[in-house]
Design a protein around this ligand. Structure first.
Ligand SMILES: Cc1cc2nc3c(=O)[nH]c(=O)nc-3n(C[C@H](O)[C@H](O)[C@H](O)COP(=O)(O)OP(=O)(O)OC[C@H]3O[C@@H](n4cnc5c(N)ncnc54)[C@H](O)[C@@H]3O)c2cc1C
Length: 382
């Protein structure tokens, strides 16, 4: 076991760090005022190959490692987690298409979302089905040569941008012999008649990420827009979400590192009672605990990514990484605001933005309670 990144991974880390500092940092404050999705920035990331790192080169990806992709999420989130989440949401669609799409579907839908020309959205969650996402109400019925989709989805990332490409929609296709819902996933172009896109949802975090409600009213798509098996869409999506979990963990590591960097800078400059803040043991201990948590979170996150790269089981480690890294990021954002005193509450200071973003990380891609259920089930059933 050596804890070294390859030359390629170091190169991607530098590319992502430089991009985040030069292109994302100058607009991050603006985005935090609910200015919506930064199309140009996203497309530049696509052109640099940052959106498609681990996907097949023949379809426009980079054929790189999942570890490298993890580092991209970490570096972008160190500056703005909401921008990193756009790549993350897109990657769920990339994975579904790569793993279950036909060559024709990959050529048409995967290539534009790997290169940043378009961005993909995955629509699983519904107003009454979140953690229990297999309890969907949206239906897809085969009528002649078309699937007809009806229902509504909520909290869907990347769904209303001006470059939104395919929306992958999970919908009930039937009931099996045990009375369980059969779920399929469908490729729905956003411009399809019957797709109604709601206004930008106003959130406490991830403000630069385009999150909306979607309604499908007799939305008709060709029969061959079904992605994979018509009864196995839920299983396909869960497999995909496992990789999403260590990417969310990577964003938590990046956010926490961003908080530490800002806090260090602040406490070195700020004085109280005639002394520098760094002279108070309370502050020193907070910094030590934060740095330790970040290091542990980074190790488990990278481990999950490396297991996936090595084609070994990684679902439990991905859930552990998501649980530990996001919980730590929330605690670290909290402590960072505290170290900034009143200034930490002010929007002018980036730690206040990270505070809202950290909360989102504990909810998305399966809440942390759901991660505990997954981990404990794996332990008990081993
Ligand atoms: C900013 C943002 C972006 C998102 N992007 C997407 C997207 O692109 N696509 C998409 O499909 N979805 C997306 N989501 C939805 C997200 O995945 C869900 O919000 C999440 O899975 C939780 O579902 P819920 O909100 O319905 O909460 P609920 O399922 O209602 O949970 C409420 C609370 O109950 C707890 N709980 C639920 N069941 C259990 C249980 N069995 N045991 C213990 N506790 C339990 C939960 O942990 C939580 O604390 C996004 C959400 C947000 C906030």
């Amino acid at each position: 076991m050596d804890f070294k990144l390859s030359d390629e991974e170091l190169l991607i880390k530098k590319l992502a760090r430089d991009f985040a500092e030069k292109e994302v940092r100058p607009i991050a404050k603006d985005l935090s005022h609910n200015k919506g999705f930064p199309t140009k920035i996203y497309q530049k990331m696509g052109e640099l190959g940052l959106a498609g790192v681990p996907y097949p080169e023949e379809f426009g990806g980079g054929d790189g490692s999942w570890l490298a992709f993890t580092i991209v999420h970490e570096e972008i989130a160190r500056v703005d987690p909401s921008v990193a989440n756009s790549i993350m949401g897109n990657s769920s669609v990339c994975s579904l298409l790569s793993n279950f799409g036909t060559d024709k579907q990959k050529e048409r839908w995967l290539t534009p979302i790997l290169t940043g020309e378009k961005i993909g959205a995955i629509a699983l969650t519904e107003p009454n089905a979140g953690s229990d996402a297999n309890n969907l109400s949206t239906t897809a019925k085969l009528v002649g040569d078309e699937w007809v989709i009806n229902g509504s989805k909520t909290f869907i990332s990347n769904s209303g941008t001006d470059i939104t490409g395919p929306i992958v929609v999970a919908a009930v296709t039937g009931i099996d012999e045990n009375g369980k819902k059969e779920i399929g996933t469908f490729i729905v172009p956003r411009e399809t008649s019957g797709v109604l896109v709601g206004p930008l949802l106003q959130k406490i975090g991830f403000k630069g990420n385009d999150t909306r409600e979607l309604t499908f009213e007799n939305c008709r798509i060709p029969k061959d827009y079904l992605l994979g098996d018509k009864a196995k869409g839920y299983k396909q999506t869960l497999e995909t979400i496992s990789s999403g979990r260590f990417l969310i963990a990577a964003m938590a590591v990046g956010l926490a590192q961003g908080c530490l960097d800002l806090s260090l800078q602040y406490v070195k400059e700020r004085k109280a009672f005639g002394r520098n803040l760094t002279e108070f043991q309370n502050i020193q201990f907070k910094l030590a605990e934060i740095a330790t948590k970040i290091e542990i979170a980074r190790l488990i996150t990278y481990k999950a990514a490396v297991l996936k790269d090595n084609k070994e089981p990684f679902a439990m480690e991905a859930s552990m990484a998501k649980l530990f890294a996001t919980k730590s990021a929330m605690e670290i954002a909290h402590e960072s605001v505290q170290m900034h005193g009143g200034y930490g509450i002010m929007e002018e200071y980036d730690v206040s933005r990270f505070f809202g973003d950290a909360k989102v990380l504990e909810i998305v891609e399966g809440t942390n309670e759901i991660q505990k259920i997954i981990i404990s089930r794996k332990l008990i059933n081993k």
